[in-house]
Structures are given as C-alpha cells and as structure tokens.
Design a protein around this ligand. Structure first.
Ligand SMILES: *[C@@H]1O[C@H](CO)[C@@H](O)[C@H](O)[C@H]1NC(C)=O
Ligand SMILES: *[C@@H]1O[C@H](CO)[C@@H](O)[C@H](O)[C@H]1NC(C)=O
Length: 310
C-alpha cells in the first residue's frame, strides 16, 4: 500500500471540507422599523424567512454553488399562532417562513449565484420594483468585490403612476403597466429592441449600480471570490443625504431631476398586472456565465435570454 492511497482521500477530504465551508450572509437592519427578510434559493438555507428587529443582525451559511435571492418584507403582522401577512414584498405564505414562495412585487431584490471554487456573482435588482433601500457589501474576498445596491429613497421619488395603493412601495414600469415594451417580451424580447424606458432611467439615475430593467447592462452585476456578504436594509440614508459620500449608490439631485421630468410624462395609466420575470432574467444571465443550468421551481417565465457585453 503506497502513501498515495492515503493521500488522495486525504486531499479529497481537505478539498471537500474547504468547499462545504461556503459563504456567510449577514443581514443587518438599519431601518427605523422591523424588517422580515425573505429568502428564496437552491438549495434551501436554514430559514426561508425571519424577523429582524430594528438594529438587529443575523447570519446564515450558504453552500458553494448556492443561487438565490433576498428581500425585505415590511409592515408584517403575525398573530400568536404565527399566521399573518406583510404590506410590502409579502411572499403570501401566511407565515414568517416563505417556504419557497417568492416576493410579491414591488420588492428590492439582492440576487446571488455563488461559485464553487470560482467567483460569486451578485446584484441588487429593481426590476421587480422597490420597497426598501438595500445594499450588499463583501467582506474579505478577492477580486473587484464592490458594494452594490440602492440606498436612495425611491418611494419618496416614485412617480404617482408607479406607486402602490398605500404608497409604501414603488412598482417597476413593467409591474405597473404590464406592456411588452416595459416588460421586454413579444416584439421587445431582446436587448436591442427593449431599450431603457423613462421609468427605468429614473431608477437607474437614483441607483446607478442596480438593475433597473430586464436588459440593463452588465455593469450592474458584480463579482468577488471567497468573500462573505452583508446585506443591509436602510443603510445610513441620513448621512447619505447630507454628505453624499457614496454617490454611486444614490444621487439625490440627479434623481430629483429625473422625477420632475417624469411628472411631465403622459402614461395612459393602465394597471394591468403582468408577471414580472426580470429578476429571473438576471439570474439566467448569471447562470449562463457560469455555464450551468439554473433550476427554477417557482417562477413562470419563458424568456430567451441573450447575454450581451458592452
Ligand atoms: C391567527 O390567524 C389565523 C389566520 O387568520 C387564524 O385562523 C387563527 O385563528 C389566528 N390565531 C390566533 C391565536 O389568533
Ligand atoms: C405560465 O404562464 C403561461 C402564460 O402566461 C400560462 O398559460 C400558464 O398557465 C402558466 N403556468 C403556471 C404553472 O402558472
């Protein structure tokens, strides 16, 4: 028996145990109110939804190769037996845990595809609208590893025609009007035939690093290797308003101008609903990059995705 017969299994164990260490996601709530994060991903993590009180934080492990999304629900009321609902981004499970159900738009989404010995891809998407300011920071990785997200208060800047009834979230144009040119389907189902709209441009100018619509450019996807990630709800909005020391995450003056411009738009305001698939498009683009199939179990989209680089 040679030494190698012991070494090979030994190396394998080393490799696997390094592999299973995975990524730590930490959720931080800097909002003035309780947030109920929702998690949808493959494979399932320890929880699919939980309560995060003001000032609270909580961490979870995700295995290599994990792919999924996070969002924050607000205005939730759950009774003593744990039954209830939320006023924004509800997953309609009737419980704190989402059990595989997705967020009801409008919902700010943080989307991740973790590598397995390769780089992670992540983005913050406004394709399904906006309900809470949210940023993603990486800790201790190598590569570009830039922060991304949307720290601006897009609810205050939301044009009337995109507001949800109670005014605590802002729909995407696709979510509000459901038409092919805003949702990028039918004759508009490619990057070249579905350019940014006035609405997606408003989102983009307020939050340049976020995905603003289905075919937003590749600059909205970020990469990092070997990092842990922090997802922060309501990241220091007040300091950003006064000093604007992170202009890339939200520029007050630009977006105010954009909103003023929007006020002049005639909209023909239909409020038909169309299932919003933009978040999935983002996931698919990431997955194509990784050359593996993204198995989605709870979405219903049949879009063909062409990944394009600038
Ligand atoms: C909680 O809400 C559910 C659904 O509305 C209801 O069936 C249940 O009786 C409630 N439980 C309590 C303890 O109030
Ligand atoms: C998916 O969407 C298509 C077209 O919108 C619809 O006909 C079909 O019933 C949907 N399937 C499910 C499982 O929701």
């Amino acid at each position: 028996m040679g030494l190698s017969s012991f070494m090979i299994p030994g190396l394998l164990v080393l490799f696997i145990s390094k592999g299973v260490s995975g990524v730590t996601f930490t959720f931080v709530n800097k909002c003035d109110f309780t947030v109920w994060p929702g998690i949808l991903g493959t494979p399932s993590l320890d929880t699919t939804g939980f309560e995060l009180t003001k000032g609270g934080s909580r961490s979870f492990q995700a295995p290599p190769g994990w792919s999924g999304r996070f969002w924050g629900r607000s205005g939730c009321h759950f009774n003593q037996s744990g039954h209830g609902s939320c006023s924004t981004a509800d997953c309609n499970s009737g419980q704190v845990e989402c059990h595989g159900a997705a967020a009801t738009p409008p919902a700010t989404l943080a989307e991740f595809t973790l590598g397995s010995g390769t780089q992670d891809f992540y983005d913050v998407s406004l394709v399904d609208g906006f309900n809470l300011p949210m940023i993603v920071d990486s800790n201790g990785g190598s590569g570009p590893c830039r922060s991304t997200g949307c720290a601006a208060d897009l609810i205050r800047q939301c044009p009337n025609e995109l507001r949800v009834g109670n005014g605590d979230a802002c729909k995407s144009a696709c979510g509000a009007f459901g038409s092919p040119q805003y949702c990028c389907y039918g004759a508009y189902s490619s990057p070249s035939t579905c350019p940014p709209s006035m609405y997606s441009q408003m989102f983009k100018s307020a939050c340049p690093k976020s995905y603003s619509y289905a075919y937003d450019d590749a600059t909205s996807t970020f990469t990092c290797s070997g990092a842990d990630y922090t997802v922060t709800f309501c990241p220091s909005i007040s300091s950003q308003k006064s000093s604007d020391n992170s202009p890339a995450l939200g520029s007050e003056s630009e977006s105010t101008t954009a909103t003023a411009t929007l006020a002049n738009l005639a909209t023909g305001g239909s409020t038909r609903k169309h299932p919003s698939c933009g978040g999935l498009v983002t996931q698919l683009a990431l997955s194509l990059l990784l050359l593996f199939l993204y198995h989605s179990h709870s979405y219903n989209c049949s879009l063909s995705v062409t990944f394009h680089e600038d």
